[in-house]
Design a protein around this ligand. Sequence first.
Ligand SMILES: [Zn+2]
Length: 82
Amino acid sequence: MIRYSLTCSKGHVFEEWFDNMADYDTKAEKKKLLCPECGDKKVAKALMAPSIGAASQAPAPAPSCGMGGGGCGGCPMAGMHG
Ligand SMILES: [Zn+2]
């Protein structure tokens, strides 16, 4: 079972249980999903709220050098091409 936070087009947020991700897709496709507050059928998955106070994010990895493409600045290959 998987729980999704859903939101209707009016901004109501509610939660539904599904067997799996495909179950959500099926129900969404068949308009089986209704907002319990207003009956709106325009329901989409709400963005999962990130857990507050979790471990700090890992730093993003540096973008790889394109070797001849533009925008290569500050990498060890800078100056050898471009
Ligand atoms: Zn609603």
